[in-house]
Design a protein around this ligand. Sequence first.
Ligand code: ADP
Ligand code: MG
Length: 240
Amino acid sequence: MTLVEVKGVSKRFGGLTAVSGVDLTVDAGEVHCLIGPNGAGKSTLFKLIVGLYPPTQGQILFDSVDITQQRPFARVQRGMSIKMQAPSVFRELPVRQNIQIALQGHVSGAERDREEERLLTLLNLATEGEKLAGALSHGQQQWLEIGMALALRPQLLLLDEPTAGMSPEETFRTGELIKTFNTGGMTLLVVEHDMAFVRQIAQRVTVLHLGKIFAHGSLEAILQDEKVAEIYLGKTHVHH
Ligand code: ADP
Ligand code: MG
């Protein structure tokens, strides 16, 4: 079953076409990775899916419903949640309170307390609850943000560069967490640079380049594609 269908979507910023005629499907229950060089349009595509930008052209369907004109809040209510590339935790508030804010309006009372503990433990932050979020390591802040996105109990979780600034151990742990979410039935669309991490989690991979879909398939097929190596690894056409 297709959970997300992006149909002929484009986004222009003035004279720049950041996303250009993109067709992409995300199947229910898969972990799908979106890769591509800097400036390829990955973050813009995420923002289009979650409704932070209206597309210049095209349609987006979620669970077979056309959500192209829906506000982000309505899309979240339908079951999508995003961890954006730029950190957005409340740095001046305790870790625990960040989670509480994210849980607000979804659960209350004893259930909220249980869910708060469950998320803190799941994200390896059980002993950090009283610390200010701004005092956490960069990797821990990423986990906190993932926890805040999870608090919404999404059917679809979009993660934009979740392992940026993480140590290799933290990155691996994040991959294992993502697999746990997926085993629990969650669908994930993840932007990543780290190929070892993509190998750890991805069932399908899509390559974006200059705002367009450049390739898609299994990671093995993509890594063997010389055209992908050229654009992604910048092996050719790079002049210093
Ligand atoms: P990626 O996440 O793949 O690195 P982005 O989606 O962030 O790429 O950016 C794609 C292109 O769109 C880049 O050239 C970027 O400078 C441009 N861009 C992104 N957001 C905006 C914006 N809000 N206004 C103008 N240009 C933007
Ligand atoms: Mg980006």
